[in-house]
Design a binder for this molecule. Structure first.
Ligand SMILES: Nc1ccn([C@@H]2O[C@H](COP(=O)(O)O)[C@@H](O)[C@H]2O)c(=O)n1
Ligand SMILES: C[C@@]1(CO)OP(=O)(O)OP(=O)(O)OC[C@H]1O
Length: 158
């Protein structure tokens, strides 16, 4: 049996000198406002994986009200969600992720992001796709107010 899931996440830019995207630290003129490390790529991925098995969303499992997740490395969420799927007999088929922002530029970091995500999910790198787009200066991403990510996954019985 195969199932699909989709996820979406946004974080506003705020003070700082880097953003975390796909588990990779990228130097940037601003950081993001978040309870955890604010990694929109990994948050959208977690929501897609959770959604594929109708397990709720990231905030249900890792509430922003819980100090345990303050400044947390979002790779912890990915590995925990992977284990939730595995306990139910499912593993990732493939993931396709789109990052939406004017900057930072994602493509120079996409390969390392794929390696990080593939390692945490225990799959070959060819199952992980990272893409990026601007919104041609339109909307909140176009005004450089924040960064967004979309994820689609297919999961299958292991
Ligand atoms: N944050 C981003 C945004 C875009 N890219 C790459 O640039 C290409 C062109 O973007 P457009 O929005 O003008 O279509 C896009 O296809 C990506 O390859 C990027 O790396 N980082
Ligand atoms: C990741 C969590 C962890 O508390 O908080 P944030 O880093 O604020 O990120 P968000 O995308 O709002 O998801 C909710 C939470 O699960």
């Amino acid at each position: 049996m195969i199932r699909i899931g989709q996820g979406f996440d946004v974080h506003a830019f705020g003070p700082g000198d880097h953003v975390m995207l796909g588990g990779v630290r990228i130097a940037h003129a601003q950081g993001v406002l978040a309870h955890s490390d604010g990694d929109v790529v990994l948050h959208a991925l977690c929501d897609a994986l959770l959604g594929s098995l109708a397990l709720g969303d990231i905030g249900k499992h890792f509430p922003p009200s819980d100090d345990a997740w303050r400044d947390a490395d979002s790779r912890r969420f990915v590995r925990a969600v992977r284990d939730m799927l595995s306990e139910r007999g499912y593993a990732l088929g493939n993931a396709d992720i789109t990052v939406i922002c004017e900057s930072p530029k994602v493509n120079p970091h996409a390969q390392v992001m794929r390696e990080v995500i593939a390692a945490d999910l225990g799959v070959d790198i060819d199952r992980i796709s990272i893409k990026a787009t601007t919104t041609e200066t339109l909307g909140f991403t176009g005004r450089r107010e924040g960064i967004a990510a979309l994820a689609t996954v297919l999961v299958q019985r292991a």
